[in-house]
Ligand binder design. Structure first.
Ligand SMILES: NC(=O)c1ccc[n+]([C@@H]2O[C@H](COP(=O)([O-])OP(=O)(O)OC[C@H]3O[C@@H](n4cnc5c(N)ncnc54)[C@H](O)[C@@H]3O)[C@@H](O)[C@H]2O)c1
Length: 369
């Protein structure tokens, strides 16, 4: 039986999510290699050891450079703050490891380009943590679009809102540092872009507006000026001719995990919200007018890959399950099988759109994406 050795760097929000995915992927899908949780890295030895015990990793270290060269490691999960992705991913690829790196790629386009180049040169698999494309609902939407259920797409709108930075007294973290990128565009707008690029295609031009709702936040040194944008809006001109809009906010009180997708076509429309991600709304402009309305389709085993988790319809998957699906798609890709993943080249295309939104905001005009 094949075995794959995993190295995990970072054990915060996403680190735990990756650890749970590695623990569950074989149990959920019943195929692929046995996953050996080999080495875990955190900033400090004691924390690394504690997390390794909790997550079932054999070894722990506070030095990621030893993890990425460890012979027991075949694939490296990178779940550290965005500013560290490039150096870690490139070192892992150069050491001959596959890479599963959290989104976004990097705070600068130059670093994202270096990551994509390293992936190409290595011949290894390098994918990004765009988990929202993995849900049964999004796959079902893709199927509807592919068979032309709503006709040609005329307009799409995607909003992504959370409120974890809505309080102006929320302390300053790495997310408000310029070294993490533009802010909401890198942190959030990349997710809508992952859905748009998977379901519809890429924009050819963008117009962006970025906003800092609060000038500063509490910091150990007193108050520190916020360097990133927590709200972003972008108009999109899609390659296929449709018009689109993305609006994202990390400061939207009341919204906890909303990614609202609306796709309008010549013969109908599709509606989806990540806060209720086991449901898809479908409107088809056909049949008697008095019977037309938005139908809610509840996900079940008929909507792959739901069936790998629960045999009963409507019992609902959760956020962490998306990461398990993503781990399975990564293993498929490593095995040379068909795989729904966003690799570093596709990720770079998303980063280019994000940088174009930033340029448009600075220059006040449309930019080629
Ligand atoms: N895919 C998603 O839905 C999603 C959601 C949240 C965050 N993210 C992305 O995941 C990444 C991490 O975000 P997070 O929310 O998990 O952050 P976090 O702050 O919760 O966790 C980061 C972890 O990395 C550790 N770390 C920092 N420097 C390190 C180093 N040199 N060596 C080892 N460990 C180190 C920290 O101690 C911490 O445990 C970011 O790039 C973020 O954009 C993705």
């Amino acid at each position: 039986m094949d075995t794959i050795g995993v190295g995990l760097i970072g054990t915060g929000y996403m680190g735990k999510c990756h650890a749970l995915a590695w623990m569950a992927v074989r149990a959920a899908f019943g195929d692929g290699p046995v996953v050996r949780r080999a080495v875990l890295c955190e900033v400090e030895e004691g924390l690394a050891r504690r997390r390794a015990d909790e997550f079932g990793f054999e070894q722990s270290t506070a030095d990621w450079t030893t993890l990425v060269t460890d012979p027991a490691v075949d694939v490296v999960s990178i779940t550290t703050p965005t500013g560290l992705h490039a150096s870690m991913a490139i070192a892992a690829l150069e050491a001959g490891k596959h890479v599963w790196c959290e989104k976004p790629m990097a705070p600068s386009l130059a670093d994202a380009e270096r990551m994509a180049a390293a992936a190409r040169a290595s011949g290894k698999v390098a994918i990004l943590g765009y988990n929202y494309i993995q849900s049964p609902a999004v796959r079902y939407i893709g199927k509807l679009l592919k068979r032309g259920a709503i006709g040609s797409v005329t307009q799409l709108r995607v909003e992504m809102d959370e409120d974890f930075m809505a309080d102006p007294e929320q302390p300053f973290t790495w997310r408000s540092e310029a070294s993490s990128g533009l802010g909401a565009p890198d942190d959030f707008a990349v997710h809508p872009m992952s859905l748009i690029s998977t379901l519809i295609g890429m924009p050819s031009e963008v117009f962006g507006e970025l906003v800092k709702p609060f000038p500063d936040r509490p910091h150990s040194t007193g108050r520190r000026a916020v360097e990133t944008f927590d709200i972003a809006t972008a108009l999109l001109r899609m390659e296929g001719g449709a018009t689109g809009a993305i609006q994202v906010s990390r400061s939207a009180w009341g919204r906890k995990g909303r990614i609202q997708l609306q796709i309008f076509g010549a013969r109908g429309a599709i509606f989806f919200d990540q806060e209720r991600f086991n449901e898809v709304g479908v409107y088809l402009a056909e049949g008697p007018v008095e019977e037309q309305g938005i139908k809610t389709v509840l996900m079940g085993p008929a909507h792959p890959p739901y069936e790998h988790f629960i045999p009963a319809a409507g019992h609902q998957l959760g956020f962490n399950d998306l990461k398990i699906v993503e781990a399975h798609e990564l293993l498929n890709r490593i095995a040379g099988k068909p795989s729904l993943t966003i690799d570093f080249d596709q990720g770079l295309a998303i980063e280019r759109v994000i940088r174009a939104i930033g340029r448009s905001h600075r220059e006040g005009r449309w930019q080629r994406a």
